[in-house]
Write a protein that binds this ligand. Structure first.
Ligand code: LLP
Length: 461
């Protein structure tokens, strides 16, 4: 992607110019505009008005960008692969009723990684036949819930397989195997999963033994193989290689007489958090994966299995932003200027967890040139609670609406109540309408799970 000269001086209008037609490559949602008031507009809604109406901080998700990303994934596999295909949304990126229902309405299935995510997807009306249950330590209760729901269980270890065999009395659960492929990719150590030293999946050395177990356990309906090599990946080679590795395991299973017919390459396509990030587009990535699996199948003389991929970040990451209200300013002479916002590590844990870097704009001063470099601090009792270390902004004053971009994935889903901050509301915007899809928490919500033993209750005394 060619970056314009204004990259050094990112103003609001600069970020708008960078929008491409692949949501994962754009810093702002595809519908972002500057309106006549010089305010940022997303999905036809003025962001400063949204904050006035729904409060701050506010997560804002753009429906049309999510739909575009879903369609690009779906069509990308369909148009480049010779067999059947299915895209499933890795809902850990953002799991709530509305988003599950929205992606399902685009024909996607859902990847869930806990009983809670499964419950939400089912309550959203998602067809259980398109739900895949992941996780490296599913409890017996979660496995029972998954079997009762009729979703596919991606078995991660021996304990799960043995428990599933015990539970497979009246039904034959659909089971896939997660295998660690031993493929390295260049991403943050915490979000790398495909290398051999990983807590996820069966080690490749165990595959023969596991397949033998499955042959002897026909009560389990073994449907195929899965691997996920990591997240925020910009290279295409690792997934290309993965296609070949998975096809080999699928072939081995078929030669043993197992009815393996699905192949899942996981998720992992990266997004743009800053101008330096240059991920392939969704269309390029899906074409690469589809062609690699097709090629590996012809070489191995295997008929093309159902090809599944399970993106999370690239479906919702850049389709969402967080709007904060600017508060206090502190100038440390010759060192830095802090501006504080009304949220922080409780609504976005990524900077403190992975040192993730974000870009921001002032939604009420979109065309103003940048004139200061400030540190955007959160409001938590923690020095490391910094949203953006170096933000280039126009002159910023208390009351401005600061929008941090690319926060749709792993923002709300990793949110906490640290310092008993209320988790923000989330709105879904579309053609000038805004629906609250997650309510802002209340103080009452904060104490709703607390119990006060009577011997400590001094309230009435
Ligand atoms: N499938 C499996 C089995 C996964 O574990 C993940 C992500 C995905 C799919 C989706 O990956 P994606 O397309 O979103 O890259 N909290 C971290 C990301 C952790 C990813 C965990 N697994 C972050 O904020 O960067």
């Amino acid at each position: 992607m060619v970056l314009t000269e204004t990259t050094q001086q990112p103003t609001g209008s600069h970020f708008l110019k960078e929008i491409t037609d692949s949501p994962n490559q754009s810093l702002l949602p595809l519908t972002a505009k500057i309106n006549a008031q010089d305010h940022l507009e997303i999905g036809g809604c003025d962001v400063t008005e949204l904050v006035k109406e729904f409060g701050s901080p506010l997560y804002i998700m753009d429906e049309s960008s999510i739909r575009t990303a879903c369609r690009q994934y779906r069509d990308g596999l369909k148009n480049n692969y010779s067999g059947e295909s299915l895209v499933i949304y890795a809902s850990k990126a953002l799991n709530c009723l509305a988003i599950c229902a929205l992606v399902a309405s685009e024909g996607l299935g859902i990847d869930v990684a806990s009983g809670g995510e499964l419950y939400t997807a089912l309550q959203a009306g998602v067809n259980p036949k398109t739900i895949y249950f992941h996780g490296n330590n599913k409890s017996r209760a979660e496995l029972e819930e998954a079997i009762a729901a009729d979703c596919t269980i991606v078995a991660d270890n021996w304990l799960e397989l043995q428990t599933l065999a015990e539970l497979a009395t009246s039904k034959s659960p659909r089971v896939m195997l997660r295998i660690t492929p031993g493929i390295e990719c260049h991403t943050h150590e915490y979000i790398r999963t495909g290398h051999l030293d990983s807590k996820f999946g069966f080690d490749p050395n165990q595959v023969a033994e596991v397949l033998d177990f499955l042959v002897k356990t026909p009560a389990l309906d073994f449907v195929g193989v899965h691997a996920h090599i990591g997240s925020q990946i910009f290279e295409r080679q690792p997934h290309q290689d993965l296609g070949g590795v998975l096809v080999k395991w699928l072939k081995t299973a078929q030669e043993l007489g197992l009815p393996a017919r699905e192949l899942n390459v996981g998720g992992g396509l990266g997004i743009r958090y800053t101008e330096a990030d240059d991920p392939p587009s969704i269309s390029e990535w899906t074409a690469t994966v589809a062609k690699a699996v097709d090629a590996a199948c012809s070489e191995a003389q295997v008929s093309p299995p159902k090809l599944i991929c399970e993106p999370g970040r690239s479906l919702v990451g850049t389709t969402g932003v967080t709007a904060y209200t600017v508060g206090a300013r502190k100038q440390v002479p010759e060192i830095r200027t802090y501006i504080a916002v009304d949220g922080g590590m409780s609504d976005n844990a990524r900077p403190i967890t992975y040192e993730s870097v974000y870009r921001s704009v002032l939604a009420n001063k979109m065309s103003q040139s940048t004139s200061e470099t400030v540190t955007v601090a959160g409001k938590h009792c923690e020095s490391g609670d910094v949203v953006i270390k170096e933000a280039e902004l126009p002159e910023t004053s208390a009351g401005d609406t600061l929008v941090v971009m690319s926060t749709g994935a792993y923002g709300y889903s990793m949110a906490s109540n640290y310092n008993r901050l209320l988790r923000p509301a989330m709105v879904l915007v579309h053609e000038g309408e805004a629906d609250v899809i997650i309510n802002r928490e209340t103080y009452q919500d904060l104490i709703s799970q607390d119990n006060l033993p009577s011997r400590l209750n001094t309230i009435d005394s």
